[in-house]
Design a protein around this ligand. Structure first.
Ligand code: AMP
Ligand code: MG
Length: 401
């Protein structure tokens, strides 16, 4: 087991330890919000035929030389083609075909004149304007051509992408399988937030609620949170059960070095291999990562801010590696500090903050046991090891949540 490692090394160890989740085929509408596992290429040209962009007459530009309201050109109307119909014949010299928006153009025509610039004739039509070849002419494949990559692998399917799939006649697409995540919060002092009144010496558990809600915010739909006490055997048994139904098990609590820091016992009981313990960052230093039959278990400190921050710093990159989905990756920005933070940071430290337009305001309360001040935060400020107290106006790096 590696210990006291840097965050980047922890991420690398996690990424190389997991097998990416597979691919599943889902319907167009089910694909909304999902990540494409493969390039989607066009199986046809769009539009599939040359078509008219307006209501008017399909014409030969060579017939129209000099046409104007004063000197109209008179042509014989040989057919009317409606949208959805197919012309029965090619357009010959001296002929016009009435055509509606979206209708297939006849062979032989090279331009379309809007009906407002004609007398709307049904058998003979007076043409009031000359056109150049290709005027008002929509080519087959002008939107996209057969074989063109419409949506590259990795695209998160949005409404426009669903529309494109429909336009190409594609009923289903391969997407990355969604991760199933379970969150197990430990602690004899931790009780369900629905237990009333609160017994003496107990606290309401918030980690399992916050983390499952956060996972849902990130688009993970199959998530469940559970509470359990500090009995290593029971914890190991429950973990075995949960691992049977999930791709990633996140635990909170019990990873420090106290008497009741039970994961040092529970993980060997389970038969899990510990990959690392303790990451050089605050809050949440004692984070631990293990594998059980190749399945990842990420164990975070129970302190609410530590659990929340290390979820972002460790669980998200792990989810990105598992799923190949960019939504789990963290984006960083530089920002100018509003407010200050009084303590020096001998080790790397993350503070909660609110980032907006290049500025980050710090909340007063940063203790890892404090949760309420996390409300409204949208970033973590990344203070490198050896940082002095943070001052107003200083430039820092922030990770957007
Ligand atoms: P631990 O990591 O188990 O040493 O717990 C650290 C601190 O976090 C203790 O004060 C615990 O009471 C608290 N804690 C543990 N689990 C939770 C939880 N699910 N919700 C809120 N606080 C918790
Ligand atoms: Mg505990």
């Amino acid at each position: 087991m590696r210990t006291r490692i840097e965050l980047e090394e922890a991420r690398a160890l996690m990424a190389e330890s997991v097998r990416p989740l597979g691919v599943e085929q889902v319907s167009r509408q089910e694909a909304l919000g999902r990540t494409l596992a493969e390039d989607v290429t066009a199986p046809l040209d769009q539009p599939p035929f040359d078509r008219s962009p307006l209501d008017g007459y399909a014409l030969r530009s060579a017939d129209l030389t000099g046409a104007s309201p004063e000197h109209p050109v008179s042509l014989r109307v040989v057919e009317t083609v409606y949208a959805g119909g197919v012309p029965s014949r090619a357009l010959g010299p001296g002929e016009a075909i009435r055509i509606m928006t979206g209708a297939m153009l006849p062979r032989g025509c090279d331009c379309v004149l809007q009906h407002e610039r004609t007398d709307n004739g049904l058998e003979q039509v007076q043409i009031y304007a000359a056109l150049s070849p290709h005027d008002n002419y929509c080519d087959r494949g002008e939107d996209y051509r057969t074989g063109e990559v419409l949506l590259p692998a990795g695209t998160v399917v949005d409404a426009a992408a669903v529309g494109v799939l429909a336009s190409a006649g594609l009923s289903s697409v391969p997407v990355r399988r969604r991760p199933v995540v379970r969150v197990l919060s430990t602690g004899d002092e931790v009780v369900s937030p629905d237990l009333h009144p609160l017994p003496a010496g107990k606290i309401y558990g918030s980690n399992q609620e916050l983390l499952t809600a956060r996972l849902r915010e990130l688009g993970v739909t199959d998530v469940e949170g559970l509470l359990i006490g500090d009995d290593p055997r029971e914890v190991a048994d429950t973990m075995a059960q949960l691992l049977g139904e999930c791709d990633l098990l996140i635990t909170t609590g019990g990873v420090s070095a106290g008497d009741k820091d039970i994961f040092h016992e529970a993980l060997p009981l389970l038969g899990a291999e510990r990959v690392f313990w303790k990451v050089n960052l605050k809050p949440g230093t004692p984070a631990m990562y293990s594998l059980w039959q190749g399945q990842p278990i990420l164990s975070l400190s129970g302190n609410p801010f530590a659990a929340a921050a290390t979820f972002e710093l460790l669980a998200r990159p792990l989810l990105a590696a598992l799923t190949g989905e960019s939504r789990f990756s963290l984006r960083s920005r530089t920002a100018v500090v509003e407010g200050s933070f009084p303590k020096a940071s001998p080790g790397r430290r993350f503070l909660r903050g609110f980032y907006q337009e290049g500025r980050v305001s710090l909340t007063g309360k940063n203790d890892s046991g404090m949760l309420a001040s996390l409300v409204g935060c949208n970033c973590l400020v990344d203070l490198p090891a050896g940082s002095p107290p943070v001052q107003e106006g200083q430039t820092v790096t922030v990770l957007l949540l």
